[in-house]
Design a protein around this ligand. Sequence first.
Ligand SMILES: NC(=O)C1=CN([C@@H]2O[C@H](COP(=O)(O)OP(=O)(O)OC[C@H]3O[C@@H](n4cnc5c(N)ncnc54)[C@H](O)[C@@H]3O)[C@@H](O)[C@H]2O)[C@@H](O)CC1
Ligand SMILES: [K+]
Length: 466
Amino acid sequence: MFQTVPEGAPVLTAEAMRAAEERAIAEGSSVAELMEHAGTGVADWVHRLAAGSEVLILCGPGNNGGDGYVAARALAHRGVPVRVAALGEPKTEAAAQARAAWGEPVESLSGETEAAPVLVDALFGTGLTRAIDATLAETMRRLVAAARLSFAVDLPSGVDADAGNTFGCDLPGYDLTLALGALKPAHLLLPAGASSRTVRLVEIGLGEIDGPVRTLERPGIAAPRRDAHKYSRGMVVVISGPMHGASELAARAAYRAGAGYVLLLTGGLPNPPHAIVRQRWSEGALDDERIGAVVTGPGLGRDDRAREKLDAALASDRALVIDGDALHLLDLDMLKDRAAPVVLTPHAGEFDALFGAGQGSKIDRALDGARRANAVVVFKGADTVMAAPDGRVTVAPMGNSWLSVAGTGDVLAGAIAAMLAQSSVDALGAASAGVWLHGTAARMLDRCFLADELADALALAYERAR
Ligand SMILES: NC(=O)C1=CN([C@@H]2O[C@H](COP(=O)(O)OP(=O)(O)OC[C@H]3O[C@@H](n4cnc5c(N)ncnc54)[C@H](O)[C@@H]3O)[C@@H](O)[C@H]2O)[C@@H](O)CC1
Ligand SMILES: [K+]
């Protein structure tokens, strides 16, 4: 499985959403007006996809429920058969108005509520701060499972909008999540993100929305220029160690992600592909001015020899991708005064070892790590988050689950290095482009694969990035 979300879209916390709402109100809008936009936007989607089937809308006590009542009225107005089941009376003025304007009967939501072919969940949105009742969760799962088509209004009910957790509750997966005004972290971060396989944005009249956190977008990388040569395409050096395979994968990936020259510093025997140039490690190996980026970590080992190689890489003024074993040897102080870009690519275990368990969402933690390390941090996982020390963050949609196999991290390190070496983008742009190529290659394969095949498929993904 993988996720489809709007590309390059701002991701706002619940507090930032409230601020945007207040700005809109200060400029002459009102909660009722925003709710009207939200509910009719939801009704547009439901009307388009429901094809005349009966729609059951579940309304909660807050403004998320208010959106549901507006959607019910808009759908009924268009002749769609609608039932509304509510969890108690509306508690906000705008939601109460929306319910009054609905004007039709409202069922009481319970374990007895009859299912319908189309289900719209407008129970809770950004206002949820604690777990939903277990019986309610069971009812939601039953109604979603029984529906042919299910929609979540703003968020699947039961998630923490900012942290992306579900308070320990097992939530159903919706066919379509309609994010109101902007995406929230819970659309993307696990475990909540798993409930939103496809997310679409509904404009609600908040005006221009901006922010430092955005979803991943197609990088727009070009074919080589007419006057390109191997060095202008980017020279990548991969520092090998005792586990040759990992560095071979990174080197192969760098070529397939468009690098012009890939040099593997290895003690191993020559292997295909012969395009990868092999040299023994030496102290001056990184002195070549033409080197665009260096990868260290995949298969490096953690012994003194590995430490010596990492120290040499850090002492060079080359752009670095630090992965795998090198993350275990790294001391953050070593990065403090570095001018050339550094990209760290930890998975969860490596992240914890480097930065500690920490507080907050994966976005908060990645950002805190980037600031502390003075480096771009690619916090890997099914929900990869990339953060730069200046506060910018890119969140990737949930990756293809076939990526959960050995060697895919080495491939990612090589792809990011190719981007760092050849492109004019900064380190966050290079990391994002690498993650995009990697995720797209996996989507194109969409079956069980070897990391070697993933590396080769980067070339196909590259075609799509243009
Ligand atoms: N921010 C905006 O600009 C707009 C937000 N709108 C909607 O408003 C939503 C946020 O509305 P609210 O802040 O009213 O919050 P919600 O509607 O998400 O839920 C809050 C309500 O649920 C209750 N509640 C919280 N946790 C509960 C639990 N575990 N069990 C039972 N009840 C619980 C609270 O007491 C409160 O009544 C958004 O998600 C969106 O759908 C739209 O109406 C339009 C504009
Ligand atoms: K909802």
